[in-house]
Design a protein around this ligand. Structure first.
Ligand code: AMP
Length: 346
């Protein structure tokens, strides 16, 4: 069975082709700088340039960042699903419109091929109310859907599956803490195979210190920046999402570069990132009780020996199993396609 996985981001298009009968990656394509200087103008042009014959493929899986409260697992895409994803655009203005563009283009190219949407939020829909609600007037949840959604769910669910294989246990038996530490970063508390809390929230801005995002801050800083410093809403948004985190602290969002600089600023940035990780691991151990493993992943988690050693040596982690697992979000999407196909057959 041949599966194409499409990951249409705001300025990039990734496509991977798999032979899922053999779990094998056949081809990998990437177009960057879409609608930016030096790049093609549209996702359509980007897709055309790849010259993929989508009609010859058995299923197409799409990454969709925000599934809101509608989508608890992957679904086959039809007009109704497209409408619902469109309705979620205000919750993920940078991501969902691009994801939808990918869906629309491949539906035009291959109208008879089954297409699946796999959501980054779906894995976290098992969180209990006390985890996903913010302590705001309840009307903000009821009328405006303001709540914690959580992201990176495709990666966290892949890490859960792989951990179960490595630890030779059923997913439903596992209590683990998974850390996806890339340019964007999040941590997830998994209790008996289900997400019960995660650090990203209403948007991917909350939680850990990331490449360019601040993670947790006192929300009153936002009022102060506007009232006292004269920043507009959009400017504050840009500051917190694009100019903060490692970049704001140490002038680079690339941990490799930061580690090689070894300046007071770069050392401080690393310590702040690690301290936040330690606080979250501690909090999630408090929620889960005993944990079977702590799982490190993402560009930083997979590759940085310094980070791996430091996490292993946190007093709260010492003696616990720490696994380093290379995440593979596209393979997980391809697996979801296979799972849905098998479900429709049985
Ligand atoms: P990702 O978004 O998952 O591609 O992760 C990107 C981040 O991983 C960047 O901050 C990179 O600097 C970091 N990274 C990749 N390789 C290494 C490495 N060998 N040591 C430290 N950080 C790394």
């Amino acid at each position: 069975m041949r599966v194409a996985v499409v990951n249409a981001g705001s300025s990039s298009l990734k496509v991977k082709l798999y032979n899922m009968t053999q779990d094998k990656l056949l081809e990998s394509y990437l177009v960057e700088y879409i609608a930016q200087e030096g790049g093609v103008a549209t996702h359509k042009e980007a897709l055309e340039s790849l010259e993929i014959d989508f009609e010859s493929i058995d299923m197409i899986g799409h990454r969709v960042v925000h599934g809101g409260e509608y989508f608890h697992s992957s679904v086959e895409i039809d007009d109704e699903v497209v409408k619902k994803i469109e309705g979620l655009n205000p919750l993920a203005p940078l991501h969902n419109p691009a994801n939808l563009e990918g869906i629309k283009l491949t539906r035009e190219k291959a109208p008879n091929i089954k297409q699946i949407a796999v959501f980054d939020t779906a894995f976290h829909t098992t969180m209990p109310e006390e985890a996903y609600l913010y302590a705001l007037d309840y009307k903000f949840y009821e009328e405006h859907h303001i709540r914690r959604y959580g992201f990176h769910g495709i990666s966290h669910s892949y890490l859960l599956e792989q951990s179960a294989k490595i630890l030779k246990k059923e997913q439903e038996e596992l209590n683990i803490i998974t850390l996806h530490l890339g340019n964007g970063a999040s941590i997830c508390a998994i209790e008996r195979g289900k997400s019960i809390d995660t650090s990203m929230g209403f948007t991917p801005l909350e939680g850990l210190v990331m490449g360019t995002r601040s993670g947790d801050i006192d929300p009153a800083i936002v009022f102060y920046m506007q009232r006292e410093l004269g920043y507009s809403v959009d400017e504050v948004d840009k500051e917190l999402n694009k100019h903060s985190g490692l970049l704001g602290l140490a002038k680079s969002n690339d941990l490799r570069e930061i580690l090689s600089k070894n300046t007071p600023e770069s050392r401080l940035a690393l310590e702040m990132m690690l301290r936040r990780i330690k606080k979250y691991i501690g909090a999630y151990i408090a929620l889960l009780g005993d944990v079977d493993a702590i799982v490190l992943s993402g560009g930083i988690g997979e590759n940085s020996k310094i980070l791996q050693e430091r996490v292993k040596n946190f007093s709260i982690v010492k003696g616990k199993k720490v696994l380093v697992i290379k995440t593979d979000e596209e393979l997980q999407i391809a697996k979801e396609c296979l799972r849905l196909k098998e479900q429709s057959v049985s």
